[in-house]
Design a protein around this ligand. Structure first.
Ligand code: PMP
Length: 434
């Protein structure tokens, strides 16, 4: 089962060559280009449960899950049925629908900090809009973000960003002007002292603090209780808006997100990925008092031709109802713990320095003894070892995130057998090195 197979990727290579002449780098999102691990991306045809099938007929156990949305596996029946039904009523109206109310109610019921919500088309739009609202609401300019956290390709937040920005070593993207980022302060994640100092010096200028309350974009990194407590008390004290970017961890680490897991309630929350069931949909929400500043209730501009799109909304409703009525979280905790322990042991038995960070079904095997608590420690990882491990797994039918600085995701369709198969593949890769 786990013997190294020389994969035939002929069709993938051909299509990728074609793609490169059509799209920059042959892809529509930098994160999927395999830039960090060397080599060419695989081109896919179909997903089913925990499996991905490429265009050469190879199949892989998928631990990317579309970078988060596929918490219930590919082709989850309730989501697919809802999408089919929605298509038959029309693809877009640019006008109110009942489904938007339903999805808004499901989000508000699930996420403690959200009293009002607006639907958008991506996680990037959600964070971009939340920042604008926080600035409009407070009448202040400065936004604090943390090194290694990624909030989408919002210009003002593309400073020391994680994910593809970290992977590709582009701390500040060309095209992002100094003017755009001069009101962004970058601090170290989990550093209570730095946060205290920033507020002591600039407290009355800080509009918002935005963070991933479970970080996935420098690999999986968790906040300390002390850090979370400081974030909440300092923002409250200084009248700044605390924004949890739960695009990745929302509906993932718990149905009600990291905020429920940690019992720390922000003023605003941004969402994406799972909330749209795998279709392009994001959302931002928060206290009624803040959200009433959004146009047309208030004056902070926000709009979107396809916002609240009926197909994406139908998928989101089906997804959130399934997570509410048949919660996968206990099961995900159990098999994710099994995977984390198994991967760790596979490395330990081969004498490879590593550590594993995990919250629920998000985790990262870091090629560094750790602890990995911030970008400084994450950046010390042996990314060459990671790449070798990644390709070893690809050739054993396991599709892991293609960078050390991404979290892997387990879905509810991964069985113990799939997990054990993955651990055996990892063990086999490490054994082949010695
Ligand atoms: N915030 C976080 C925490 C994310 O992980 C991402 C995407 N990985 C985004 C925002 C941006 O979302 P999108 O790619 O949908 O624009």
């Amino acid at each position: 089962e786990n013997a190294v197979t020389k994969l035939n990727l002929e069709n993938s290579h051909r299509e990728y060559a074609r793609a490169k002449s059509l799209m920059p780098g042959g892809v529509n999102s930098a994160a999927r280009a395999f830039g960090a691990v060397g080599g060419e991306p695989i081109v896919f045809e179909r997903g089913e449960g925990p499996w991905l099938f490429d265009i050469d007929g190879n199949k892989y156990l998928d631990y990317i899950g579309s970078w988060g949305p596929m918490i219930l596996g590919h082709q989850f029946p309730a989501v697919c049925d809802a999408v089919h039904a929605a298509v038959d009523r029309g693809t877009s109206f640019g006008a109110p629908t009942v489904a938007e109310n339903e999805l808004a109610e499901l989000i508000i019921e699930a996420v403690p900090s959200v009293e009002m919500v607006r639907l958008v088309n991506s996680g990037t739009e959600a964070t971009m809009s939340a920042i604008r609202v926080a600035r409009g609401y407070t009448g202040r300019d400065v936004v604090i973000k943390f090194a290694g956290n990624y909030h989408g390709h919002v210009d003002s937040l593309l400073v020391s960003a994680g994910s593809a920005a970290a992977t590709l070593g582009v701390p500040n993207s060309p095209g992002v002007t100094q003017g755009t980022t001069q009101d962004t302060m970058v601090l170290e994640y989990n550093c209570v002292e730095g946060l205290g100092q920033a507020f002591a010096e600039h407290g009355d200028r800080i509009a918002a603090v935005i963070l991933e309350p479970v970080c996935g974009n420098m690999g999986c990194v968790t906040p300390s209780g002390e850090f979370l407590a400081a974030l909440r008390s300092l923002t409250e004290q200084h009248g700044s808006v605390l924004i949890f970017d739960e695009v990745m961890c929302g509906f993932r680490v718990a149905r009600s997100g990291a905020q429920s897991l940690f019992g720390v309630i922000p003023d605003m929350t941004t969402m994406g990925k799972i909330v749209g069931g795998g279709l392009p949909l994001g959302a931002f929400g928060g206290k009624r008092e803040i959200m009433q500043h959004v146009l047309p209730a208030g004056k902070v501009f926000q709009a979107g031709t396809l916002s609240g799109n009926p197909i994406a909304t139908a998928a989101g409703i089906a997804m959130l109802k399934s997570l509410r009525d048949d919660p996968p979280y206990d099961y995900l905790e159990k098999i994710s713990d099994r995977l984390a322990q198994g991967l760790s042991k596979s490395a330990a038995d081969a004498g490879i320095e590593h550590c594993v960070n995990r919250v629920g079904s998000m985790m990262t095997l870091f090629f560094h003894p750790g602890p990995v608590t911030d970008w400084t420690s994450a950046a010390k990882c042996d990314t060459e070892k990671f790449s070798k491990w990644f390709w070893g797994l690809i050739h054993r039918g396991v599709y892991m995130p293609c960078s050390q600085f991404e979290a892997l995701f387990v879905s509810a369709t991964h069985t113990e057998e799939h997990i054990d198969q993955t651990i055996a593949a990892s063990r086999d890769v490490f054994e082949s090195w010695t």
